[in-house]
Every structure is written in structure tokens, then in C-alpha cells.
Design a protein around this ligand. Structure first.
Ligand code: AMP
Length: 350
């Protein structure tokens, strides 16, 4: 793992008036390029083929200022990015496709690159959630399953390939290899995915750790085919529940639930401080609220999530915090500008 000192050196050498934000053209890149443009920050889109650029012809206002073609998603053009004073904005596709590449990359990553390792490893993620005092689903030894459980594979897969099992016999009939598999109690209730932004640069609002926490927005995912299963049931078509994420829809919470949601965000930030040196920037908790209004957390995304794509012009929460239309991506660009002005980039990137 490249040291913080080395990244600090890179950041010190950057021309603070000519920074750029670079990301892989996928996941939340439209929002990232659009939001950065609003803040007049230069953007670089990394594409793996010519055809990928075509998407941005359809959405010209969300097209990056420049493209850099790369062989594959793992092939970050380090020296070119360094020469353009670039910070990488990590998103779900980067976490999924780049393997351990970010570990040694000399280009600064917005946030804390260590947090992405904690996101990638489910055991570590549960340690993080526990440290934050979040209520989590029970984890079962495959030989001791006594209730409906969801079986998840290693890594961030957006729900693909998950299976429901009700007993150890059923588990073993479906899975030969138990390595890297996590068996979680199946939680029932409403899914709620709040999007937070933690800034260590000032203490002006809702205090958390040495800085403050902002509540950007909330979404709920739409997953195939569980989320349309009432139609199949009514049509008399039997299906096997699956959880492949297809898209996202907006959600606002009962106002009385917001204090707890903010508290959980704050505790997640403070646990990150203790475990691996903090989590500046955007992150999301994946929660389920049961009928007694108890929250359970089953995942943390330690970077911008695709659910924020619903709100390129802000959300029902961001309007209460900002005078401008504020998306999570625009907030990132604003933070980078602010940190550059205060000569504090090392506080928000590693
Ligand atoms: P994940 O990959 O952990 O984000 O999960 C993908 C989807 O599977 C979630 O959005 C939920 O709909 C569902 N899911 C994951 N974990 C659980 C759980 N413990 N109980 C019920 N549903 C879950």
C-alpha cells in the first residue's frame, strides 16, 4: 500500500488552480462530470473503448472535458493523470473492477483508499458496522442455519447470484464451496439507503468526528426480480427471488427517523477514524427498517453510490442545507476546491 506521506507529496506538488477529477466512465460518471462542471472543475473520463464515448453524445452536458482511452478498467494512466493534477473519484465500478490496483497507485484518491478495502471485504465491513454500534443481521455458520438467510458471494456484486436458503441442507445442496460465502439472516422490512457526506474541513453543521456530516439524499433500489414479484405472484408465475440491482428510486423518511439516521452516519464516520484513519467524502449505509422501526445495517458503501444519480440537481434533503442545487458529485467538486484553497487536500484524499 502506497503511504499517506507519498500521496501527500504528490498533492503538495499539484497545481491547485488546475486540478482535475478523473473517473471510469461507468456507474455515476454522468453525475460526476455534470456536477464537477457546475463547479468549473476539469474532468477526465477513462474509457476502455471508442463505443463507450457514445453514451456521452446522448448526454452532452454530462460529458467529461476530456477522455483518456485505456486498455482495460484496471489500466489507470498514472503519469498522465499526475501531469493533469488529477484526483480519482472512486465509485462502485472502480471498487468492483480494479482489484488491488488502487493500493499502489500514485494518483490521489478522493476519500481514503483504505476504506474501499474495508468495503470490499465483508468480514471487515461487519467489524466496521459493529464498531459503529449498528444493529446488523445475524451471520450464520452454513452448518447452523435455522431461519431464512441470504447467501452472498465474495465482493461487491450488486446482488447478482445471491440465493435464499432456509436450512443447512438446502445450503449444501446449492453451494459446494463455502469459501468467501457469507450467510446472513434475511431481514424483513423497508430498505432505506441514506447518502451521507463527511467533511473534515469545517464543523459548521451536524458535528461528527473532527468535522461535520451532511445528509445528501436517500434512495431505494429496484432489484430484479424480487421488486416486481407481486405481479408474477398475481399472474400465477412461480419465480425464484433474485436481487440483481437494476436501478434506483427516491425515498424520503418519516421525519422522526432522521435523528437516528444521522446518528448512525456519525457513528460510522467515528468508527472509520478509529479503524483505518477516517472516511472523508461520500458514503452510504444500506439499511432495512422493520415494523417496530428498528434499523438494521447490512452494508456500507465507502464512496459515491449509484442511488445518488436520482438527484443531479439536489434532493429533498440537500435543499435544506445548500443555496445551490447540490448533488453528491457537485458536493465532491466543491470539497476539492475548498480543500485546495485551504491547502488541506491531504485531509480529503489518500
Ligand atoms: P448487497 O449486495 O448487500 O447490497 O445486497 C443486494 C440486495 O440484496 C439488497 O439491496 C437487498 O435488497 C438484498 N439484501 C441484502 N442483504 C439482505 C439481508 N440481510 N436481508 C434481506 N435482504 C437483503
Amino acid at each position: 500500500m502506497i503511504s499517506r506521506k507519498e500521496i501527500e507529496k504528490v498533492l503538495k506538488s499539484y497545481d491547485k488552480k488546475n486540478l482535475s477529477l478523473a473517473t471510469l466512465c461507468s456507474h455515476s460518471s454522468l453525475q460526476i462530470f455534470y456536477g464537477a462542471r457546475k463547479e468549473k472543475v476539469h474532468t477526465i473520463g477513462l474509457v476502455t473503448n471508442e463505443a463507450q464515448k457514445k453514451l456521452y453524445d446522448a448526454f452532452p452536458k454530462a460529458k467529461p472535458d476530456e477522455f483518456i482511452e485505456v486498455e482495460d478498467a484496471e489500466d489507470f494512466p498514472e503519469s498522465e493523470l499526475l501531469s493533469k493534477n488529477a484526483l480519482i473519484i472512486p465509485h462502485g465500478s472502480i471498487v468492483e473492477y480494479t482489484g488491488d490496483l488502487l493500493d499502489g497507485l500514485k494518483v490521489p484518491v478522493l476519500g481514503n483508499r483504505l476504506s474501499l478495502l474495508w468495503e470490499k471485504d465483508r468480514t471487515k465491513m461487519f467489524e466496521w458496522m459493529k464498531k459503529a454500534g449498528l444493529r446488523t443481521p445475524l451471520i450464520f455458520n452454513p452448518d447452523k442455519i435455522d431461519r431464512p438467510c441470504v447467501v452472498k458471494h465474495l465482493g461487491a456484486k450488486g446482488g447478482r447470484g445471491y440465493a435464499i436458503v432456509h436450512s443447512s441442507e438446502e445450503f449444501h445442496s446449492k453451494f459446494e464451496n463455502v469459501k468467501g460465502v457469507m450467510v446472513q439472516e434475511y431481514l424483513t422490512g423497508v430498505r432505506v439507503y441514506p447518502h451521507y457526506f463527511y467533511s473534515p474541513l469545517s464543523k459548521k453543521g451536524y458535528r461528527a468526528s473532527g468535522g461535520h456530516l451532511e445528509m445528501m439524499s436517500i434512495d431505494r433500489r429496484f432489484e430484479s426480480n424480487i421488486d416486481e414479484s407481486y405481479r408474477t405472484m398475481m399472474a400465477g408465475v412461480p419465480i425464484k427471488a433474485s436481487f440483481t440491482v437494476v436501478g434506483n428510486e427516491p425515498l424520503v423518511l418519516r421525519e422522526s427517523l432522521l435523528p437516528e439516521v444521522l446518528e448512525m452516519g456519525k457513528n460510522t464516520v467515528e468508527a472509520a477514524d478509529k479503524l483505518f484513519g477516517g472516511i472523508p467524502g461520500p458514503f452510504c449505509l444500506e439499511l432495512i427498517v422493520d415494523e417496530t422501526l428498528q434499523f438494521y445495517a447490512f452494508e456500507i458503501s465507502a464512496r459515491i453510490v449509484a442511488g445518488t444519480n436520482i438527484y443531479p440537481e439536489g434532493s429533498p434533503y440537500s435543499v435544506y442545507s445548500f443555496d445551490e442545487n447540490m448533488s453528491t458529485a457537485r458536493r465532491i467538486a466543491k470539497e476539492v476546491k475548498d480543500a485546495a484553497k485551504k491547502d488541506m487536500l491531504e485531509k480529503i484524499a489518500y
